[in-house]
Ligand binder design. Sequence first.
Ligand SMILES: Nc1nc2c(ncn2[C@@H]2O[C@H](COP(=O)(O)OP(=O)(O)OP(=O)(O)O)[C@@H](O)[C@H]2O)c(=O)[nH]1
Ligand SMILES: [Mg+2]
Length: 341
Amino acid sequence: MRKCVGCGSILQSVDPKGLGYSPKEDQIYCERCFKLIHYGRWSKGAEALSQEEILALIKKSSATIALLVDIWQVDFLFKSALCRALKGKRVMIILTKVDTLPANTSYKRLLSYLKELVTKLDEIEILEIFLKTKGQDFKEVFLTYLKENEIKEVMLCGMVSVGKSTLINELSGQNTLTTAPFLGTTLAENEIRIDELTLIDTPGIIDQNSALLYVEDEFLKLLSMQKEVRPQVFQLVGAQSYFIDGLLRLDVTTQERASLVFYLSPSLKVHRTKKLQAQNYYERHLAEFHFKKELKSQKIQIFNQCELVIDGIGVIAFHNIKEAYLYLDPQIAYTIRRAVL
Ligand SMILES: Nc1nc2c(ncn2[C@@H]2O[C@H](COP(=O)(O)OP(=O)(O)OP(=O)(O)O)[C@@H](O)[C@H]2O)c(=O)[nH]1
Ligand SMILES: [Mg+2]
């Protein structure tokens, strides 16, 4: 029984529609990984393991856990089924996509916020929190940490697309694992050895409340944070509406000078209109929006210097604004936190 070295599915050359299919028996990649690596062509892939099976795999592993957390998703992780599966385990947290944070981000403020979130985790022993910054530094720090603590087996787990396979490729210096900006690239457990150390790649857990789950693949590439985020700043007075494609509308009213800062993927541009013209703008542009589902309006409880974090979309910071209405698909989660960015 051989596994695809890219996604971990068991190779077979009988069923072209089935999992792990490869037309030739001597291949090390399945056809799906091959097409993705060489032509960037994505197909979702038959499900090798259900979400419950992935959680069970993590639960029963005796390896030390590396929990990878996308820096833009930290607020949504800690209530997830994944964290429940980690109870009783020793866990290293690795924050990924740190390189996409705006250049002037205070890591100190961010880490102190994260530590607060982590204290809410019950029955999980947090060994260390790492920031996966760009370059060799992180690799050296992490591998030295493992050596000093005599950790020889690490299972990397996390939500889909947080960068588990990318990190293993970086640590091993080989590019064997398949990585992609889509959700659910790795399909099964996959082991990589670096000398004495075994790293185990796992399929990601799906966040049912992330906008990324409800958009087409092409839009998903635009939405996901891949490059350094450049804050989009708006000064305002009066009643205004802001749109991010057809995904989100935000109405704010203020009597004094105030500002809004959008932290989004650089491919997404915010559109501003007067509130009175917002409905008209939405209807006129609906045909060209990537996301066309109906949005539901709700008043949100903001306070001065707070941030609205929307799962899979980004962060909006409020300065001097007292009233705001958010229009969003009810399946997409959001939360309000103190200013962190
Ligand atoms: N900017 C940036 N992009 C990253 C980082 N880590 C991963 N990526 C990108 O994020 C996308 C997903 O990476 P993967 O390594 O496939 O993620 P995964 O967690 O293995 O995903 P699944 O196997 O689907 O669960 C790819 O486009 C990567 O290039 C990072 O630290 N910074
Ligand atoms: Mg992967």
